[in-house]
Structure formats: C-alpha cells, structure tokens
Ligand binder design. Structure first.
Ligand SMILES: Cc1cc2nc3c(=O)[nH]c(=O)nc-3n(C[C@H](O)[C@H](O)[C@H](O)COP(=O)(O)OP(=O)(O)OC[C@H]3O[C@@H](n4cnc5c(N)ncnc54)[C@H](O)[C@@H]3O)c2cc1C
Ligand code: SF4
Length: 542
C-alpha cells in the first residue's frame, strides 16, 4: 500500500450520469472546491471503440484477467445486467434516449399495490431536467433524416394511435443542407482533444460512437468539469470506503500500468485518498456492492441497503420477417417511442456488421443454397458445360435477405415491481429477483410488442432468454433507495446524503426507489443535479 497525502473537498466515484453531473456542478462552484473524480475504466476517444472480433474479445471488464474493456456483464438468478466501464459510464454505450419520468408514475404505483414510494415528484425534478437538457442537447430525430431511415418510418406508421411520444436523442445530427458526417465543434472543446462529426446513421451507438456524434458525458459534463478544474483519474478502481475523522478514506487500485491482455504479474499499485465529502456514483450495481462489501465500516447504515432493486422492466423481442425491408442497421439505435400507462416500447437497431450475424440465422436456407451450388457445379462438370460464372448461385448462399432486413428488435421497459434484493454471497454481489413476480408486467409489454409486430406485417418473436424464464437489463436501478428516514431508505431525497453518515452521498441509478419507467438516464442526471444544489447550498456556494 502506498500512502498518499491527497486530500480533497469532494471525491466522486464513477463517471456515469450521476457522477459526471456531480463532478461538473461541484468543480464549477465559486469559491473553488478541490474536486477529484475516480473512474475505474479508460477514456474512449473517437476511433477507439472495438469493432473486430479480436477487439471485442478484449472489450470486457475483468481486470483480474487483464481485461480493461467497456462491457461489464453480470448474471444473477432470473436476471442479467449489462453496464459499462469507462470515462462517461453508461453514456458510452447507451442509445441516447433522454426521456423524463412520467409525472403520474412518481405517486402512483400503477402495476404493483402499495403506498407511493417516491419521496419526490415531477415538479421537484422539472428545473433539473431543464438544466440537464442544456448540457446534453437532446433533440427529436430530424424529419429530413426520416426519409433515409426505413425502420423509423415503419415503426412510426405502425404505431399510429398506440401512443407515440416525442423521443429526445442526445446526438448531434447534420442539418438539412449538410451531409451526415460533417465536422462540428472544435477539438479543443472536448477532453479527448478530437474533432467530432455529425451522426452517420450507422447504428453503432451501443458499441460506442467512433465519430463523436453522441453527446455522451465525456464530451459534455466531463469536459466541462475538467475545464472547471476537476481532477479526473481514469483506471482508478475504488475498493474500500470508510469514515475517517471528519470525512472519508478511500483505498483505490490504480490500473494505469496494467498490461492489457494478460493477468497482472504483480499486484497493481494501491493508494489511499482522503476527502471531506464523498459521493458514490458507481451505478446501481457498483455503489450497493461497494457499500455492502464495506458494511462493517457503516454500522448505522439503513436496513434498506440492497432493497428495491429492479431492471426497469427491460424486455427485448423481435418483429421478424416484416412486410417491408426495415434495415435496422440504418439510423441511430433508437429513434422512436410508444408510451402506454405501464410501459414504453422503442425501435431497436444494430451495427451493419451484426446484420450479417442476423442473416446467418437463416441457416436452413443457407444450407439449402450451399447444396444447390454444389449440385450445379457437379452437374456442369458431368455434362462438360463450360459456363464458369456462378455468381447467381453464390448470391443464393446468402439465404433470404428479409431475415436481416425485415427484422426489427423492439425494446420494452416500464413499471416493473422493485422486488429485487442485492446482497453479498461469498463476498460477491448477488441479487434475489423473482421472474414469476415480474411476469404479469412482462406479459403486458409482450402484448404491446405483439400488436406492433402484427401492424408491421411481421411475426412476434421472443428472445432466447425469455424462453429460459430470464431477462437481461441494461437499466439496473435501486439498492440505495431515497427515503425520508433511515427506515424508508438509504439516502435522503434532498441531497442524496446517506442517513446517519454526514457528507457521504449517493448519486446514481441506485437511489431510485422504484422503476423510472422511461429510459432512466435523464432522471438519474436530474436527481444528481438536485442533490448538487443541496450540497452546494450546504457548502455556501449556491
Ligand atoms: C446498451 C445500453 C443502452 C442504453 N440505452 C439507454 C438510453 O437510450 N437511454 C437511457 O436513459 N439509458 C440507457 N441505458 C442505461 C444507462 O446507460 C444507465 O441507466 C446509466 O448509465 C446509469 O447511470 P449511473 O450514473 O447510475 O451509472 P453508470 O453510468 O453505470 O456509471 C457508473 C460508473 O462507475 C464506474 N465504477 C463502478 N464501480 C467503480 C469503482 N469501484 N471504482 C471506480 N469507478 C467505478 C463505472 O465504470 C461507470 O463508469 C443504456 C444502457 C446500455 C448498457
Ligand atoms: S448512429 Fe453511428 S454515428 Fe450516429 S450516434 Fe450512433 S454510433 Fe454515432
């Protein structure tokens, strides 16, 4: 252990939607606060996101195995979760949708019985939604690009009358008189020091944008935080947090010198940092995990730690072999949303290279095509025909293109009961979550997706996990829920301060006491902005 003299006014752990907002708000305070942000993952400048199979193989987060990549995948009983590791957190691989939480979903649990559990309402968050929008600049998918985006046109036409809502996307699109891929901004405006280009509609948002078109947190809040003087330390993974005098102590593993692709040959460097105020923003898996594994240092923490976990009702299905080609690889990953009282459904997309994977699903036809090519060649040889061109036969080898072109992934999310409980098992994070208790909610989402698939002239198809009675979430929430008292929640709803632990705060998806319903990033950022106001007021800086 290398002791360090570093002591800060505020340390923030994690650079997702909660941590980045906090880092910027606190670093921009006057008079100045000495602010440090610790992020376990790397910075991902444009052009660095993985694309080849070899690059994807190294794209996972498993530092003990020498993997320092973007994707952190978890598997629990009945539910799996995908989160991100890198400077910008989930914004690096998210699909850019910035919807607020519906006003009526704060007070009434429409799907599950019980008293209202949200200690804040929409009016509390409205000014913060506005502040976040100023930084992330979400816009509706532009009309002029609809003409070149078949899946968006088809989804909107089919969803007419089902509850289509405006769907703000935090992406910079070309204007009507520009080509997609036009340079914008100055390299000096962002912490990568790189030129950004308007969206090229290549459907790669969930594997990282190599053109800087997404207004992700690294280009927005984190660049602003750095300009305001925040110290940003990437590849610094926090392992231990504990009260220390009038503040907190952190033990941190420094992965900066790690050689990627091989397990560390010597233990990585560890350092100790001290801070007067500590803000945990490691996400709805990372923050509860940190607090659960350091629980003995926080004996007076609420019994609600680990409670009210949910996957925000995430559900994936497909409208397969639709009437018209939808070309799901063209456009940003999500362009449109339908809202019902209990859930949203949205069009999905994927990169062009995955369209080839989708096409390979037409295996029977491809096998049949290969047999036909073989028989043709044999026939020509036997009959002595000299025609050498087999282009047509080879094109048959690709099977029926409507398999990839006519299949639209459809994403559902909504008011799933927050019934999950996070705990430690053998020192590792575990989640108790019941598929059966969530089933009525999921059946209602499946009904809406089935109706839309029919309207698209396609066939509703579940994903493979559903057939195994399991789901995968990209929107984990809860574990450190807000509550007015320590009996009701882990953190207070004004500043995110952990009950009984002054100046220890949580600001990320884990503070949600239930599902957001819509895609949650906008709400996570707005809640963090609200907490920042309260912290700055306490610091005499507002
Ligand atoms: C494929 C995909 C698509 C999505 N699309 C959308 C969308 O369109 N709209 C939307 O609203 N949401 C979307 N989401 C969800 C969104 O990304 C998350 O809800 C959001 O990022 C959560 O924010 P957060 O601040 O809680 O945590 P995160 O963004 O997960 O940030 C936590 C950060 O903490 C770091 N960290 C964790 N542990 C430690 C540690 N011990 N030490 C140091 N650092 C640590 C992590 O590396 C990470 O950077 C999507 C997610 C995925 C995976
Ligand atoms: S579609 Fe491509 S260029 Fe546009 S935001 Fe997504 S990844 Fe970036």
């Amino acid at each position: 252990m290398t002791p360090s003299d570093d002591r800060y006014d505020a340390v923030i752990v994690g650079s997702g939607f909660g941590g980045s907002v906090m880092a910027h708000r606190l670093a921009a305070a006057e008079p100045k606060l000495n602010v440090c942000l610790l992020e376990r993952g790397k910075a991902w400048p444009p052009g660095s996101f993985p694309r080849t199979p070899a690059e994807f193989q190294r794209a996972l987060w498993a530092p003990g195995e020498g993997q320092h990549g973007l994707y952190d995948v978890w598997s629990f009983s009945g539910i799996g979760a995908l989160v991100s590791s890198g400077l910008g957190g989930g914004s690096l691989i998210y699909a850019n949708v910035m919807l607020p939480k519906d006003a009526d979903s704060f007070v009434h649990d429409t799907v599950f019985d019980g008293p209202p559990r949200w200690p804040i309402d929409r009016a509390d968050l409205d000014p913060h939604y506005a502040a976040v929008a100023t930084m992330l600049s979400p816009v509706e998918y532009p009309e002029h690009l609809l003409a070149v985006t078949p899946k968006a046109r088809a989804f909107r036409a089919a969803a007419e009358g089902m509850g289509l809502v405006p769907t703000p996307l935090a992406v910079t699109f070309s204007s009507e008189d520009e080509e997609p891929g036009t340079p914008f901004g100055e390299p000096g405006d962002n912490l990568h020091g790189r030129q950004r280009y308007t969206c090229r509609l290549g459907g790669e948002c969930d594997v990282g944008c190599n053109f800087g078109s997404k207004n992700s947190l690294d280009y927005t809040y984190l660049s602003a935080a750095k300009r305001a003087g925040a110290e940003i330390r990437c590849r610094h993974e926090v392992k231990l947090v504990a009260p220390d005098g009038d503040g907190y102590r952190l033990e941190v593993v420094d992965h900066t010198d790690a050689v990627e692709g091989q397990p560390p040959s010597v233990p990585p460097r560890r350092l100790t940092l001290r801070t007067r105020r500590l803000i945990l923003s490691a996400g709805a898996l990372g923050t509860p995990y940190l607090l659960l594994s350091n629980r003995s240092s926080f004996p007076r923490i609420s019994r609600m730690l680990g409670e009210r976990f949910c996957g925000n009702g995430d559900f994936l299905a497909f409208a397969a072999r639709c009437r018209e080609p939808l070309e799901s690889a063209v456009g940003p990953v999500i362009t449109s949303a339908v809202r019902t009282p209990t859930h949203y459904i949205e069009d999905g997309g994927y990169p062009v290279f995955l369209a080839w994977v989708a096409q390979m699903l037409d295996t029977p036809r491809i096998a049949w095509g290969a047999r036909r090519v073989g028989l043709h060649l044999l026939w020509r040889r036997l009959t002595g025909r000299r025609e050498r061109n087999i282009s047509f036969e080879l094109s048959e080898l690709l099977g029926d293109p409507s398999v990839s072109a006519g299949t639209l992934p459809i994403l559902g999310m909504g008011l799933e009961p927050p019934q999950g409980r996070q705990k430690l098992r053998d020192g590792l994070l575990d989640i108790e979550w019941s598929f059966d208790r969530a089933r009525p909610y999921f059946d209602s989402v499946r009904g809406t997706i089935a109706e839309l698939s029919e309207r698209l002239g396609g066939r509703f198809e579940d994903d493979i996990l559903w057939r195994l009675n399991a789901v995968m979430t990209v929107h984990p929430l809860g574990g450190c829920p807000m509550g007015a008292t320590a009996d009701e929640g882990v953190v207070d709803p004004r500043s995110g301060e952990v009950h009984n632990y002054p100046r220890l705060h949580v600001a990320d998806g884990s503070v949600m006491p239930g599902p957001v319903g819509a895609n949650p990033s906008m709400t996570i950022a707005a809640v963090a902005d609200r907490f920042a106001d309260a912290i700055l007021a306490e610091e005499g800086r507002l």
